[in-house]
Design a protein around this ligand. Structure first.
Ligand SMILES: Nc1ncnc2c1ncn2[C@@H]1O[C@H](COP(=O)(O)OP(=O)(O)OP(=O)(O)O)[C@@H](O)[C@H]1O
Ligand SMILES: [Mg+2]
Length: 260
């Protein structure tokens, strides 16, 4: 999970010159961002600043007008998003996308990559291999559910989860792909305060195990307590980046939030 780059050297993710317009609106305008290996990096900015769009560009859910994304030493901007996920860059959505008619465990299993069971020929000729792999995946899913505090919900419909539990399931689904970097879009939004603390704790625990995170969040307590470094976008452009204490005191950042 942890790769060889030390955090002071080559960043795990480096994007530059990212741009995307929708009609006349420059949603992301020549933006850059870097995420150090092993870090929890924050991405903040007022509503409509382009944060979610930047996530969509990094993961190629939306094709950038221009820009370069290097992940783990390789350019990835030309790859389709499923291949980017296979390389280890996964993202969650601002609105959680769990399938409500499936159980929590089934949602986890669906998120796993390279399920041999999906291969028709292997199923015909090597059913024992498929069965063994399914068992392993289920064990992995249960272990991850345990680590995000949802083990007791494994057999419940995902549709019955609270907002905060859905965010935890989103994180669990991302973890099922054995990623190197997880992009979390507003993990604390619409979540009750007690569960926000729990989500933060789970993020910290996974980070201590070596997982790198890039987090969009409006809750400043969450950003300031979790992040090693924070990037600020406003009107699609980079406004500032630095350690949380610097960002909190930066007059340009305060002005962007308070409005001119
Ligand atoms: N698919 C789209 N089509 C047209 N305009 C879009 C689209 N997606 C985003 N935009 C516009 O691009 C700008 C940036 O939106 P984006 O969702 O990236 O902001 P954000 O920083 O994530 O905001 P929030 O904090 O409210 O989630 C906004 O003006 C938005 O209306
Ligand atoms: Mg957004």
């Amino acid at each position: 999970m942890v790769n060889n780059h030390s955090s002071s050297q080559v960043p795990l993710l480096a994007a530059s010159g990212m741009s995307k317009s929708f009609g006349g609106i420059k949603a992301v305008d020549n933006a850059e961002i870097q995420v150090a290996t092993g870090s929890i990096t924050g991405l903040i900015g007022p509503n409509g600043a382009g944060k979610t769009t930047l996530f969509n560009l990094l993961s190629n859910f939306i094709r950038p007008d221009k820009g370069k994304v290097v992940f783990d030493g390789e350019p990835i901007h030309h790859l389709p998003s499923y291949q980017i996920a296979q390389q280890g860059l996964v993202r969650t959505f601002q609105v959680a996308r769990a399938l409500s008619k499936l159980s929590v465990l089934e949602n986890m299993l669906l998120a796993a990559q390279k399920q041999t069971g999906e291969n028709f020929w292997q199923l015909q000729f090597q059913p024992h291999v498929v069965a063994k792999e399914e068992k392993q995946l289920e064990q992995q899913a249960l272990a991850i559910l345990e680590s995000v505090g949802l083990a007791h919900k494994a057999d419940d419909y995902a549709g019955g989860l609270s907002g905060g539990q859905r965010k935890l399931l989103e994180m669990g689904r991302a973890l099922m792909t054995n990623p190197k970097l997880i992009l979390l879009d507003e993990p604390a939004a619409g979540v009750n305060p007690r569960l926000i603390d729990e989500i933060c704790d789970r993020i910290v625990q996974w980070n201590r195990k070596g997982m790198t995170f890039l987090i969009i969040e409006h809750n400043m307590d969450v950003i300031m307590s979790l992040c090693d470094r924070v990037w600020v976008l406003a009107e699609g452009r980079n406004l500032a980046d630095g350690v949380p204490e610097e960002i909190q005191r930066n007059p340009k950042v305060l002005e962007a939030y308070l409005g001119k």
